[in-house]
Design a protein around this ligand. Sequence first.
Ligand code: DX5
Ligand code: ZN
Length: 217
Amino acid sequence: MNKLAPSMLSIDFGHMEEQLMIVAGTGVEIIHVDIMDGMFVPNISFGPPVIKYVKKAIPDIKLDVHMMVQDPSRYFDKIIQLGVDNITIHAEATENLRDDLLKIKDYGIKAGVAISPDTPVSEIEPVLGIVDLVLIMTVYPGFGGQKLIPEALDKAREAKALREDKGLEYDIEVDGGINRENIKDALDAGINVIVAGSAIFGEHTEENAKEFLELIK
Ligand code: DX5
Ligand code: ZN
């Protein structure tokens, strides 16, 4: 089953609770939470206090945390104690990818590995056997509202083929520049978790979320 994970990076933070309730009301089951440190990416987003607030506002929704943070394990404790469902870390952001992923799993939550557009799937092949999710970035991480890089979708195909070859079960998630026009391409490439920020949140959040939920059926 395909899943939709609206990215709250694009939310109107002045109306955060209201906007979260709106997407929750459409049947969305996951919110994608982008944490940026200003080091791994040239932008800073938000951290644990905001996640805590989100959890309080919509306790039943799964929180899919995407850490765009250098040496992410420094923050596992703080984030995981807030009740998040999975943490995805970047292969490019740590010298200890395998250990960091195992640390996440030790907490009893799901672990994901993300690759930026210039990183090949071969880089994460050694950890595919321990992850619950592979996140294919279709833009350079750091900002919402960018244009999808179509070539990056080929990596979803690769991740899918490897999953079959190796008899594994991880989800394949896409993040960056997804809209009504290219969502089918992503699904065709083998993606089953769709992240979308600027295409969902805005003046027509409810209609957008409902439409995307239909498109992924
Ligand atoms: C970008 C973030 C994305 C971002 C996607 O670095 O990881 O999750 O919110 O935004 P859109 O869908 O607008 O490209
Ligand atoms: Zn993201």
